[in-house]
Design a protein around this ligand. Structure first.
Ligand code: ATP
Ligand code: ATP
Ligand code: MG
Ligand code: MG
Ligand code: MG
Ligand code: MG
Length: 269
């Protein structure tokens, strides 16, 4: 602490590198599951999309937003989540390593802590890990383009995976054969294979799979029942209490077009 006398060893602190994030810029932390291809296999994830895993990821991201300061929006898909800190945040003096390590460690411990709530009879077989990185975006446009990039990635991967696993699970192709079949195909070709061979209209696939998950702060009415303590004649009766709380709420909407940002201008304030 500040009151303590300095030892002769104190000088080693000067070896620490300055990693302050540029003032007034958006700070983004993206984390990604380490070797989740294997993790998904070992834990019997449903292919192409395990909704338990996606909901667990979102629960962890909500925990991160609620435990840490200054996060205004988060976006997740597959084994990754991005967290955006508000431009004027001065949390930990904007040190990149603090932003990143707090986000990633809170997320990873939550993943283990909440595992059972989502996977019930599937035991967690080994401790999962996540990598993290920090990227600083100088303008609203670059931040929106960053988030668009992640959502476009979600779309491209999910379309590919949806056809790939239909070929494997429903047509009995080996993974190699399915991969060869899809080599060089365009979006329209994949949609066509899904429709003509599997009677799947890609646009009717669940939004969570196609768009990923956006977390933003919204006011929600929380309804709870409380035991009445007083007066004595009402003791033991239940009372319904409604209070408004601000929560990190999941949406599965498009964030590439302007509509989302026009509807929620406060995010970029
Ligand atoms: P920050 O988030 O800034 O690190 P902090 O409360 O973790 O805040 P530290 O300077 O890291 O502050 O100090 C850790 C504190 O945790 C100690 O001051 C002590 O109160 C407590 N603590 C840690 N380990 C032990 C332990 N093994 N036994 C008892 N107390 C401990
Ligand atoms: P790295 O350590 O380089 O990130 P990785 O194996 O995690 O390696 P990613 O590119 O991050 O590679 O891909 C994550 C993989 O995890 C996906 O390809 C998929 O196999 C699996 N996966 C993640 N989430 C889900 C899910 N909800 N349902 C099914 N599979 C999933
Ligand atoms: Mg990767
Ligand atoms: Mg990964
Ligand atoms: Mg990934
Ligand atoms: Mg500490």
């Amino acid at each position: 602490g500040a009151a303590m006398a300095k030892s002769k060893f104190e000088y080693v602190r000067d070896f620490e590198a300055d990693d302050t994030c540029l003032a007034h810029c958006w700070v983004v932390v993206r984390l990604d599951g380490r070797n989740f291809h294997r993790f998904a296999e070992k834990h019997n994830f449903t292919k192409p999309n395990d909704s338990r895993a996606l909901h667990l990821m979102t629960k962890c991201a909500q925990t991160v937003m609620e435990e840490l300061e200054d996060i205004v929006i988060a976006y997740g898909q597959s084994d990754e989540y991005s967290f955006v800190f508000k431009r004027k945040s001065n949390w930990f003096k904007r040190r990149a390593s603090k932003f990143m390590t707090h986000v990633v460690s809170q997320f990873a411990s939550s993943y283990v802590f909440y595992w059972r709530d989502y996977f019930e009879d599937q035991p967690l077989l080994y401790p999962p890990g996540f990598d993290g990185r920090v990227v600083v975006y100088p303008s609203n446009q670059t931040l929106k383009d960053y988030l668009s990039w992640r959502q476009a990635d979600c779309h491209i991967n999910n379309l590919y995976n949806t056809v790939f696993w239909a070929l494997v699970q429903q047509s009995g192709l080996t993974p190699i054969q399915a991969q060869e079949r899809l080599q060089g195909t365009l979006t329209a070709d994949k949609n066509e294979i899904l429709f003509s061979e599997f009677n799947i209209n890609y646009n009717n696939e669940p939004l969570m799979y196609r768009k990923g998950t956006v977390l933003i702060w919204q006011k929600v009415d929380e309804v709870t029942t409380k035991e009445v303590r007083l007066p004595a004649e009402m003791e033991g009766k239940k009372m319904v209490v409604t209070r408004t709380r601000t929560k990190a709420v999941p949406l599965h909407c498009d964030i590439i077009g302007d509509a989302f940002w026009k509807e929620h201008p406060e995010i970029l304030d």
